[in-house]
Design a protein around this ligand. Structure first.
Ligand SMILES: [Fe+2]
Length: 240
């Protein structure tokens, strides 16, 4: 994940001030100082390509997967980059009203959540089979059995049918256990939760192929889970 290189307000103003003396020298001491310019924008996040061949996911059409990737995931990345650049410009303007800044901070939270969750979602597709090894053992420890975990995950997902949101199996770094979390939007992440398996339940994730039959979409999702990736995330989370 790209780190967040947003400069502080002091850095932004210092960058702007660095260009002002040369201008004043060239035009004479009587020239009023230029207003602080906005600092260079943050490095944009890059749109990651689909990590699988969208023509080869059983149960999903290429049209649905490409639409989801382009219109929803890529759109979120583009919007996030736009919001971050505007925040830098507003931070350099001392007249920016707090409510305007706050509105953009809220948008930043939502768009960033959408970007991260979509990248996790696409990356945990493209596989098959069942959870095994240390992941299966962890599921048994936290839920009693892999079947009990899946039942809870599916019931959590079903609660979002016809609406929108996410269902996430996460490793909670505070309680040191696995748990299934419900989220009604991109910003409702569980406190101290490290996502392991992410299921998108916005209608855009399934309506093209499944209409309102969200349960069929969840069946197709389970048939394509990349369990090795989920296992890798668990190992990484436990070491954190
Ligand atoms: Fe989505």
């Amino acid at each position: 994940m790209t780190s967040d290189p947003l400069p502080t307000r002091r850095q932004a103003l210092a960058t702007a001030a660095a260009f002002t003396p040369a201008l004043a020298t060239a035009q004479g001491a009587a020239t009023p100082p230029a207003a602080p310019a906005a600092a260079p924008g943050p490095t944009p996040f890059e749109i990651k390509p689909l990590p699988f061949d969208p023509t080869k996911l059983p149960g999903f059409s290429e049209r649905l997967l490409r639409s989801h990737w382009e219109n929803n995931y890529s759109g979120a990345v583009r919007a996030l980059n736009n919001v971050r650049a505007r925040l830098v410009a507003l931070r350099a303007d001392k007249d920016t009203p707090p409510y305007l800044y706050g509105n953009l901070k809220r948008e930043e939270l939502i768009r960033r959540g959408s970007m991260v969750l979509h990248e996790l979602y696409f990356a945990n597709l493209g596989g098959s089979g069942r959870p095994g090894g240390a992941l299966a053992e962890a599921l048994r420890n936290s839920f009693g059995s892999a079947e009990a975990w899946e039942d809870d995950f599916r019931q959590t997902a079903a609660s979002l049918y016809g609406g929108s949101g996410w269902t996430v199996l996460a490793w909670n770094q505070h309680t040191r256990e696995l748990h299934n979390y419900w989220a009604a939007d991109h910003s409702q992440s569980a406190v101290m939760g490290r996502p392991l398996l992410v299921l998108d339940l916005y209608e855009h994730a399934y309506h093209i192929d499944f209409g309102a039959a969200a349960a069929r979409y969840v069946d197709a999702f389970f048939a394509n889970v990349h369990w090795d990736e989920v296992q890798r995330r668990l190992e990484s989370a436990r070491k954190a």
